[in-house]
Design a protein around this ligand. Structure first.
Ligand code: NAD
Ligand code: UGA
Length: 457
């Protein structure tokens, strides 16, 4: 039996290993983490993350060939293949602070692998890393005193939260990069063999280490760039009575452009887009490619502009003051179908409104606990209300910040009745029926659309 180990039981490690275990019953898959509470949750009925379809996959494999454990050293010793899926956040200190990837968790893992290994292993970069990290990894691993051979392979993850299980089950592609040596090629094959259990062979791309590492950063940069591009157009739409959804439809039907990732919004969030682009910017600067760095940095700047613009639009529409006004924020998660709030534009809007002294009420079906923790000191000024109908009572405005489908299904006539008049809706995701809301009596402000106001005169 082949022993697979994954170090890091987070949003990537947990779901990816569960799917591998499900499809590869002859492999033993162990997922370890330094966070004992997280491992306990993975072993319980209350998994540590909300992800559609995840419960079923975990239930199918856990106890059969899928194990969650805190015993890192022993499991390293027993593993043939080690996926490393630890967090690689943006560095907050020292050289490259605010841009470069913080590789301390990554390096600690490499050293722990060396200390506990007595047999050769394939070490797989699952985390998103700066291009050429594999070289540093190889250098640390090669410093072992027992002469053990390690092969480093890059296998970046492309799943998106909220659709992680579907993305894993039916990936557009799986990417595996390795050295062009016989041993490197054998290591690539070992990883290809895992995915070939359920992924068609023509969707498994093999390449060299550096192309694989860079492809992951580039893919996220391209995706985020599309969102920033349509959001830039949304600002112009609001000034010109064009409708951003119509523009997106018109340009998205061009097969060279394609329809996906053209939804204008309050901004992109999530733990990776900003971090990975800033990392790309840092790398470009490192190689003195300043124009390239500035080009990609603009994608992040545009996103910050969009978030700030949303708050400014709210304040200016509400007679230039929201101080003391109750405002219901619909959504805390950075996108629908996840409990993840990392870099959520909803929380950026929440902070912006608190600065304006608004009374903020936050509602979300799955992400309220995470939001409370993330807001830290500011959480004391926010009301966390799981029931959207309770959140809107006596509110001056609603802002839709996450595209949860339940927000589109509420009774807005009843909501309008319970709000202070004039009542405002700011749709940061364009999921509501704006004409209907306007007919009810709301003043409707949507991203990339002309406002629909109901004031006389
Ligand atoms: P996460 O924070 O949810 O999980 C990382 C886990 O690693 C944590 O539970 C942490 O306790 C654990 N960890 C850290 N150091 C450890 C150590 N030395 N030993 C054992 N466990 C350790 O992060 P994530 O969202 O799963 O992301 C992991 C990586 O995957 C990042 O590089 C990220 O960029 C990349 N990625 C994330 C996504 C996503 O959707 N979240 C998608 C693709 C790629
Ligand atoms: C993204 C990528 O889609 C994944 O391929 C990648 O693996 C992952 O980052 C990662 O490396 O972590 P994720 O951040 O989970 O996945 O979710 P996305 O669906 O990409 O959405 C990111 C943000 O962009 C969300 O806030 C979403 O609401 C926003 N978005 C997305 C828009 O505003 N408009 C769109 O048209 C699409």
């Amino acid at each position: 039996m082949t022993n697979i180990l994954c170090i890091g039981a987070g949003y990537v490690g947990g779901p990816t290993m569960a799917v591998i275990a499900k499809h590869c019953p002859e492999y033993r898959v162990v997922v370890v983490d330094i966070n004992a509470a997280k491992i306990a949750a993975w072993n319980s009925d209350q998994l540590p993350i909300y992800e559609p379809g995840l419960d079923e996959v975990v239930r199918c494999a856990r106890g059969r060939n899928l194990v969650f454990s805190t015993e890192i050293d022993r499991n390293i010793a027993e593993a043939d293949i080690i996926f490393v899926s630890v967090n690689t956040p943006t560095k907050t200190f020292g050289q490259g602070a605010g841009r470069a990837a913080d590789l301390q968790y990554w390096e600690k893992t490499a050293r722990q692998i060396v200390e506990n290994s007595t047999t050769p292993k394939v070490v797989v970069e699952k985390s998103t890393l700066p291009v050429r990290t594999a070289q540093a990894m190889e250098r640390i691993l090669d410093c072992n005193e027992n002469g053990i051979h390690f092969d480093v392979v890059s296998n970046p993850e492309f799943l998106a939260e909220g659709s992680a299980i579907r993305d894993m089950e039916e990936p557009d592609r799986v990417l595996v990069g390795g050295r062009e040596t016989p041993s490197g090629q054998k290591a690539i094959q070992a990883i290809v063999d895992i995915y070939a259990h359920w992924v068609p062979r023509d969707r498994i791309i093999t390449t060299n280490l550096w192309s694989s590492e860079l492809s992951k950063l580039a893919a996220n940069a391209f995706l985020a760039q599309r969102v920033s591009s349509i959001n830039a157009i949304s600002a112009l739409c609001e000034k010109t009575e064009a409708d951003v959804a119509e523009v997106a439809r018109a340009i998205g039907t061009d097969s060279r452009i394609g329809p996906r990732f053209l939804r204008a919004s309050v901004g992109f969030g999530g733990s990776c887009f900003k971090k990975d682009i800033l990392n790309l910017v840092y790398l470009c600067e490192h190689y003195s490619l300043y124009e390239v760095a500035a080009y990609w940095e603009q994608v992040v700047k545009m996103n910050e502009y969009q978030e700030n613009r949303f708050v400014s639009n709210m304040v200016s529409a509400m007679f230039n003051t929201v101080a003391g006004k109750r405002i219901a924020l619909f959504g805390a998660a950075f996108k629908a179908n996840t409990s993840d709030i990392r870099e959520s534009p909803a929380l950026a809007v929440c902070r912006g409104l608190l600065e304006e002294h608004a009374h903020v009420v936050l509602t979300d079906p799955y992400a309220l606990d995470n939001a409370r923790a993330e807001l830290g000191d500011a959480a004391g000024k926010v009301v966390f209300e799981p029931d959207p109908y309770a959140a809107v009572e006596e509110a001056h405005a609603i802002a839709i910040l996450t595209e949860w489908s339940l927000f589109a299904e509420l009774d807005y006539e009843a909501i309008h009745e319970s709000m202070v008049k004039p009542a405002f809706i700011f749709d940061g995701r364009n999921i509501l029926d704006h004409k209907k809301l306007h007919a009810i009596g709301f003043n409707v402000y949507a991203v990339g659309r002309p406002p629909m106001v109901s004031f006389p005169g």
